[in-house]
Write a protein that binds this ligand. Sequence first.
Ligand code: VG1
Ligand code: CO
Length: 542
Amino acid sequence: MTATIVPTKPIAGQKPGTSGLRKKTPVFMGKDYLENFIQSIFDVVGAQGKTFVLGGDGRYFNDRAAQVILKMAAANGAARVIVGQGAILSTPAASHLIRLNKTDGGIIMSASHNPGGPTEDFGVKFNMANGGPAPESVTEAMYQRTTTISAYKILTAPDVDLATIGRSTLGGMIVDVVDPVADYADLMETLFDFAAIRAMFAKGFAMRMDSMCAVTGPYAVEILERRLGAASGTCVNATPLPDFGGMHPDPNPTWAKALMDEMFSAAAPDFGAASDGDGDRNMVVGRGIYVSPSDSLAVLAANAHLAKGYKGGLKGIARSMPTSAAADRVAAALGIPAYETPTGWKFFGNLLDAGRATICGEESFGTGSDHVREKDGLWAVLLWLNILAVRGQSVAAILAEHWARFGRNYYSRHDFEAIETAKADAMMAALRASLPSLAGRQIEGMTISAADDFAYTDPVDGSVSRNQGVRILFADGSRIVLRLSGTGTEGATLRLYLERYVAGPEGLDHDAQDALAPVIRAAHLLAGIAAHTGRQAPDVIT
Ligand code: VG1
Ligand code: CO
């Protein structure tokens, strides 16, 4: 087995976005595309003598990419790679394995909630030794490296057997194929009261867990059905498939429609949940009631002390800027700090490492804690189950009590997908230019109190991230946020985030879109969405 140095040339556009490098699968499968990016990772973080974790969400090309990455790791002098069996690892499980084994980082193959398949999406992200996504400084260095790369190293060797658990060698490198589920499931048992949840299931509590033919299937079956005794068949779409069975593994009311329909039917179980391609997102639904991710974060934070892993209380709560302020109200009530970070889990890493925050969340169906350094879909489901088991109430009752106590932050996100990039950029540029003139203006019966382009100074390392989204704040606490997605692979996706606060107990049970109607109208007027993009209505509403 010999390490070959293969000459190559830079390929344009290998710039990681909100969460790693994501492109159409045929692009990733193109000549030297994967190889150049992986070599750029190793050139930046160093591979010699190091140990990494490797796994992915099982989408098309996952298996081939894993072999290439292993051979490149060996040729670059890595000492050892820990791989999930079948090259499978959910994102939170990969984060846990990095931390548990104290490795130097990990490579996760996933385009998360984007569809998979020969003509869909593929992606690669690098996580650091703390188990969290590489910070902007590191991903920027990787991108810069792709612009000057002239060669990559790869071992000429037969494929590694990734189907069998156990140790083998590849050149001078150790390959440990591990059960992708066991360590993660054990970690969950340390955080939650499995006996109480098991007793709830034994008494007839019914649940539906939709893994959307993506990576959480084996995790959900092991934890919910085997360890917690949920009825067999609780987990559906539980076999990860290379094309996710044609599903769009994005757990929201639009793409997890079958689950929504069931939860709003006469035969609805007590609790429903879905997770995304790589298992870091979750959607939670009660019988006849949808839980918005921002509310879910707030409810989890307010009740986390009911689970044994959090009984000592929380150190702080962090949310991404576009996430509703519902969690801030909980932090205030608990007397702990609330942090507001840019979109993307990488910004939570320092707060978690420094012990300043315990629970974090994003409006995009992401919630997690300091148990790993990624958002964690099944963790959120288990924390909900633990809370339901302790409180013995329905999801609807828990939400109603929460809103009565804290008031309700009506919230919605409208996505306008595959807009021509130039048009979306022109719209954002015009909006940014208008910001200085907005304060004091009246619109739709509301007064604009401030407008800015969100910039974040990391309180731990002082690094500054600018241009993280336009915020328009109103005197009555309502808010509009606009930003362009950093995870799409086709044109530009405009995300419009809408929020309005209503203090309890009156006015709490409106439909969110109705409650937000004036805020929605104001957003369209201020940004000129239709004039710039030709779009009147969003493609996806969450
Ligand atoms: C989206 C979400 C963001 C999330 C990111 C990665 O990013 O809005 O909150 O962190 O996806 O999630 P963007 O730039 O498209 O808005 V995942 O589950 O795709 O790793
Ligand atoms: Co994801």
